[in-house]
Design a protein around this ligand. Structure first.
Ligand code: NAD
Ligand code: GLY
Length: 367
């Protein structure tokens, strides 16, 4: 398969996303990167035995000192304590400010390694080597980095762009099926917010994607990254347009926090969150019921939950509303949602509380 390259156009900080096979352990993938005395590979206890040695070997061809730090695996470890393990490794190995940090893993590793790179010695360069579908189509691209706080997801962080993103589709062969489905949630997201042709393509190719057919995966990753690159180039720091990438995330983050991080996967919460966001869009008169049904069916076919969990036995909508107050899109205490119309346009807006309560009641599992 030919390697494809997508450029993220940001003034003075352009970078490329390489998409293909046999990339992550090929030293040529890193040929354009600056020289450095040290590199630090940040990975986790699941990904390290699969891929760390091969990346270490490839980087050893160019770099004198290749260090690796292995973090515990899981969203529940996306914390200050885990972040400190990265700083410990940088300091103990005498890493200077030219050190290149490599994030080898999914979105959790990528977000933490990126945040560590943003803050170590006030910023060292970093490279994303995403190994989950979700990270390849979303989290490794665009420079959002950070950690969770017990009171809210991704609440502590920085915008910090990588020097390069290397999406090696071969790494997806070892991904558990549940994680593949979670990644498909973020792929599906790009259809309703930006591209109806892509939505139709996903519908036509969902079986091929679930079967991990390389050409289908390559197209899904490429088109997703193109859309994300287009959005990020216009609004890197989310002063407006970029918020559309959070379609499904306001409800989704409430589900993740309400159940406890790690109970549902981020992509599962986003998939289900999109169902609620579409139900809200419908109640606001933006989309018809048939369209909501169509996209919900696709989310379900991708292996994702479409019924939201009950988060409280007393007043479930109130619990959702409480959790959603902490969302970063909230302004002056008002929760704002990404809603869509039927023409692949997305908007960020507040909604009457009574309507939101109705949506939650209609879309949640009853206890
Ligand atoms: P993850 O990083 O937890 O990875 C999922 C699981 O797959 C983990 O157990 C991981 O160890 C394992 N894994 C990774 N690669 C593997 C491989 N090739 N083979 C086998 N197992 C593998 O989860 P994720 O879905 O990749 O990312 C979710 C995180 O990304 C969340 O924390 C979310 O907030 C964040 N996120 C960030 C952005 C952003 O713009 N920065 C966007 C979306 C999501
Ligand atoms: N995943 C949302 C964003 O990058 O803005």
């Amino acid at each position: 398969m030919n390697t494809q390259s997508i450029s993220i156009d940001l003034p003075g900080r352009n970078y490329d996303i390489a998409i293909g096979t046999a990339l992550f352990d090929n030293v040529l993938s890193y040929a354009q990167l600056p020289s450095a005395a040290h590199v630090l590979i940040v990975t986790n206890s699941t990904v390290a035995p699969l891929y760390a040695k091969r990346l270490e070997q490839a980087l050893s061809v160019r770099y004198a000192a290749v260090h690796t730090v292995v973090l515990p695996d899981g969203e529940e470890y996306k914390t200050w304590q885990t972040l400190n393990l990265i700083f410990d490794a940088l300091l103990k190995n005498g890493c200077d400010r030219k050190t290149l940090v490599f994030a080898l893993g999914g979105g959790v590793v990528g977000d933490m390694a990126g945040f560590a790179a943003a803050s170590y010695m006030r910023g060292v360069p970093f490279v994303q080597v995403p190994t989950t579908l979700l990270a390849q189509v979303d989290s490794s691209v665009g420079g959002k980095t950070g950690i969770n706080h017990p009171l809210g997801k991704n609440m502590i962080g920085a915008f910090y762009q990588p020097l390069k993103v290397v999406c090696d589709l071969d790494t997806l062969k070892t991904l558990p099926a549940r994680e593949l489905s979670a990644g498909l949630a973020e792929v599906i997201k790009y259809g309703p917010i930006a591209d109806l042709d892509f939505l139709q393509w996903i519908e036509e190719n969902i079986d091929a994607l679930l079967a991990r057919e390389p050409l289908a995966l390559a197209h899904a990753v490429r088109r997703s990254c193109e859309i994300k690159a287009w959005v990020v180039a216009q609004d890197e720091r989310e002063s407006g347009l970029r918020a559309i990438l959070n379609f499904g995330h306001t409800f989704g983050h409430a589900i993740e926090a309400g159940l406890g991080y790690g109970e549902w996967l981020h992509g599962e919460a986003v998939g289900c969150g999109m169902v609620l966001a579409m139900a809200l869009s419908h109640r606001l008169g933006l989309v018809d019921a048939a369209y909501v049904q169509r996209v919900t069916a696709l989310i379900e076919k991708a292996g994702l939950p479409v019924l939201a969990p009950c988060l409280s036995t007393t007043d479930n909508p109130a619990r959702y509303l409480e959790l959603m107050q902490i969302d970063k899109k909230a302004q002056d205490g008002e929760i704002r949602f990404v809603v869509i119309d039927g023409a692949a346009r997305a908007y960020v807006r507040a909604a009457p509380v009574a309507l939101v309560r109705e949506v939650i009641d209609a879309c949640c599992l009853r206890l």
